[in-house]
Design a protein around this ligand. Structure first.
Ligand SMILES: Nc1ncnc2c1ncn2[C@@H]1O[C@H](COP(=O)(O)OP(=O)(O)OP(=O)(O)O)[C@@H](O)[C@H]1O
Length: 556
C-alpha cells in the first residue's frame, strides 16, 4: 500500500491524526515513518531528547482519544520495543481524560437499560467518580439502598474506535511493507492482538464475566475481595458493580493514617496475583494502584477487569523454568525452554542467540533477590528475543506487563519485599507438579482419550481405515515382540557357545600338552600318571558341559 492510498481511504480522520502530530511538534517522527514529506526544523528524532519526544507523543495521543490512549498505555509496557524515556511518559496516559456531561450519560443509561433512570436507581451522582478513556464511572444508589458503581461507555465510542483501529492497521501494514523494523517486529500481528483486546474491552459483558471468574478464584478467601456484578443493571455499554469503598493502594499516607499494615498488604497483593497467574492461569492484566483498593482488615480488592491475561499450563511451566534457569545461571536450560516454547525459527542464529542469553543471565546470576526486578528481567529477555526476530507469545508479554506494574506498587508499599523471592515457591511447585508421575500419567491418559475421541468422530470410511491401521499396528507389535524374543535367545546361545568354545580349546590344549610331554619323554613318570588322569577327567567334564550347553541352547 502506498501512503497516498492510505490517505485516500480515511481522508478526514487520517488528516486529523497527521495534524495532531504536527501540532505537537512531531513532524520528524512522521517524516521518519514516511507518513509526511515535511521535514522538521530539527534534523531528526535521533538528535532529539527522547523524553521530549515522549512528552509530545503523550499529548498527541491524549488529544486523539481512547484508541490512541490505550495504544499508548500498551506501548508503555513494551520496553523491549519502546525507548525507556518514551515509555515512562506514556505511562502517564492513565485516566487524564475529559468528562462526558451528565445529560449524555443519562441518555445512554436510559437507552441501554430501556427505561427511565429513576426506574432503576434511587439516585445517580451527576459528578463522575472517575473518567477513563472508554467509560465514565458514577456512584449510584439502588432502590434497595445498596450503593453501586455504574460504568457507562462514552458516546459513539465503538464507531470511533473501529475507525481508528482500521487506520492504524493500514499504517501498520504500510510500515511493514516499507520498513525493516516494522517487518522484523511483525507490527501487524502486534497490532491485531491489540485490536482484539480493545474490542473485548468495548463489551462490558466480557468485563463482567472476567470479574466473576476471578471472583470465583477467591470465593473462600478472606483476604481478597472481588465485587459482585449486578447483571440486571448491566449491558454491553453499562457495567454496574457493587461499590467498593476502600483506600487506593498507592495512597500511602491514607493507608498509614487508617492504621493499615503496608507490609501485610504488599504480601497479600503479590500472593493473590501469583495465585491468579501461576495456579489459576487467568489473571488481572492491569493491576495498577487505581485498580487496587484496600478495605478494613487489610483486605485487597481488585477492580477493572477489562484486560485479563490467560496463561496455559505449558506456558506456566516455561515461565517457571525461565526463572529457575536464570537464577541458577543455566544458559542451556534457558535455550532449552525457548526451544520448548516453539518460538525459535530456522533462521535463529543459535550461536549468537546463546551468546546474548549467556550475557543476560551473567548479569543476574547471584545478584541479591531483592535487587532484581522480575519485570525488567523479562523485558530484557524479550529484547534479546526481538533482536533475534523471535516473536514472544502474547500471553507472556501481558504477564510481564502485569508483573512490571505490580512491582512499581510493591516496591513502594514494602521496599523489602522481593517479588523474585515471593515467586520462587510457586515456580518450584510448578516444576514439581510437572514431574509428578501422577500428572505425567494423567497427561498421557488425557491424550489417549483425546485421540480416541477424535477417532470416534471420524466418518465411517475413515473409521474402517483407522481400524485396519490399528490392526496392522497390533500385528506389527506382535512381530516386533517375536523378533525380540528370537534375538534374545540368539544372544544367550552365542554367549554360552563362546564360553563352551573357550573350555573346549582349553581342554584340547591340556590333552595336547600331556600327550606331547609323554611322547617326548620329558616328563617324570612319578607325576605323569596323575596329570594324565586328572587332565582326562577335566577334559571329559568340560566336554560334557559343552554337550549339555549346546543341547540346552538348542531347546530354548
Ligand atoms: N466497583 C467500584 N467501586 C469503587 N470504585 C470503582 C468501582 N469501579 C470503578 N471504580 C473507580 O473508577 C475508576 C475507573 O474504573 P475502571 O478502572 O473500571 O475504568 P477503566 O477500565 O480504567 O476505564 P477505561 O477502560 O475506560 O480505561 C477505578 O479506578 C476506580 O477508582
Amino acid at each position: 500500500m502506498s501512503v497516498y492510498k492510505l490517505k485516500m481511504r480515511h481522508t478526514r480522520r487520517f488528516q486529523e491524526i497527521i495534524n495532531t502530530f504536527l501540532r505537537h511538534g512531531l513532524s520528524h517522527v512522521l517524516f521518519r515513518l514516511g507518513l509526511t514529506s515535511r521535514k522538521s526544523s530539527k534534523a531528526d528524532a535521533g538528535g532529539m531528547n527522547m523524553q521530549d519526544v515522549g512528552v509530545k507523543l503523550r499529548h498527541a495521543l491524549q488529544d486523539l482519544g481512547p484508541t490512541f490512549i490505550k495504544l499508548g498505555q500498551v506501548a508503555s509496557s513494551r520496553r523491549d520495543l519502546v525507548p525507556e524515556e518514551i515509555a515512562k511518559e506514556l505511562e502517564k496516559l492513565q485516566d487524564h481524560v475529559s468528562t462526558v456531561p451528565f445529560e449524555t450519560i443519562k441518555a445512554i443509561l436510559e437507552e441501554e437499560l430501556d427505561g427511565q433512570l429513576d426506574q432503576f436507581f434511587m439516585h445517580v451522582d451527576e459528578e463522575p467518580l472517575a473518567a477513563a478513556s472508554i467509560g465514565q464511572v458514577h456512584v449510584a444508589q439502588l432502590h434497595s439502598g445498596e450503593q453501586v458503581a455504574v460504568k457507562v461507555q462514552r458516546p459513539n465510542i465503538e464507531t470511533n474506535v473501529e475507525k481508528d483501529l482500521s487506520i492504524i492497521r493500514d499504517i501498520a501494514s504500510y510500515l511493514e511493507e516499507n520498513t525493516t523494523w516494522a517487518s522484523t517486529y511483525r507490527l501487524c500481528d502486534l497490532f491485531d492482538e491489540f485490536s482484539r483486546s480493545m474490542r473485548e474491552e468495548l463489551d462490558y459483558r466480557v468485563e463482567g464475566r472476567n470479574c466473576e471468574r476471578i471472583g470465583k478464584q477467591f470465593e473462600d478467601c478472606t483476604t481478597v475481595y472481588i465485587p459482585n456484578v449486578l447483571w440486571e443493571y448491566s449491558t454491553e455499554k453499562v457495567l454496574t458493580m457493587e461499590m467498593v469503598t476502600g483506600i487506593k493502594a498507592n495512597h500511602f499516607s491514607s493507608l498509614d493514617e487508617a492504621g493499615y499494615d503496608r507490609k501485610l498488604i504488599a504480601g497479600r497483593i503479590v500472593n493473590s496475583m501469583f495465585h491468579q497467574i501461576l495456579e489459576e492461569g487467568f489473571f488481572h492484566g492491569d493491576p495498577h494502584p487505581g485498580n487496587i483498593h484496600i478495605l478494613p482488615g487489610n483486605v485487597v480488592s481488585y477492580l477493572d477487569f477489562g484486560m485479563v491475561g490467560r496463561i496455559s499450563d505449558d506456558m506456566k511451566y516455561h515461565f517457571a523454568s525461565l526463572l529457575i534457569d536464570l537464577r541458577k545461571g543455566h544458559t542451556k536450560g534457558l535455550i532449552k525452554t525457548f526451544t520448548a516454547m516453539g518460538i525459535l525459527t530456522d533462521d535463529t542464529d543459535m550461536r549468537l542467540f546463546t551468546r546474548d542469553v549467556e550475557d543476560l543471565q551473567s548479569r543476574y546470576y547471584e545478584v541479591a533477590l531483592n535487587e532484581i526486578s522480575l519485570g525488567n528481567i523479562f523485558m530484557e529477555l524479550f529484547k534479546v528475543a526481538y533482536r533475534h526476530h523471535i516473536q514472544v507469545p502474547m500471553e507472556l508479554t501481558i504477564l510481564s506487563k502485569a508483573i512490571l506494574t505490580l512491582e512499581g506498587l510493591i516496591t513502594k508499599l514494602d521496599p523489602e519485599l522481593s517479588i523474585m523471592k515471593a515467586i520462587e515457591p510457586y515456580g518450584k511447585k510448578l516444576v514439581m507438579e510437572r514431574y509428578d508421575p501422577r500428572n505425567v500419567l494423567k497427561k498421557s491418559w488425557n491424550e489417549t482419550v483425546e485421540n480416541l475421541e477424535i477417532l470416534s468422530q471420524l466418518p465411517k470410511d475413515f473409521k474402517a481405515i483407522a481400524t485396519t491401521v490399528r490392526k496392522g499396528k497390533l500385528q506389527l507389535d506382535i512381530n516386533v515382540q517375536q523378533a525380540q524374543i528370537f534375538l534374545r535367545r540368539l544372544d544367550r546361545i552365542s554367549n554360552r557357545l563362546s564360553f563352551s568354545i573357550i573350555l573346549l580349546s582349553f581342554s584340547i590344549l591340556m590333552v595336547g600338552l600331556i600327550v606331547g610331554a609323554s611322547i617326548a619323554g620329558q616328563t617324570n613318570m612319578l607325576w605323569r600318571f596323575p596329570i594324565i588322569e586328572v587332565g582326562s577327567i577335566v577334559a571329559s567334564l568340560m566336554f560334557l558341559y559343552l554337550i549339555i550347553t549346546i543341547f540346552k541352547s538348542g531347546r530354548m
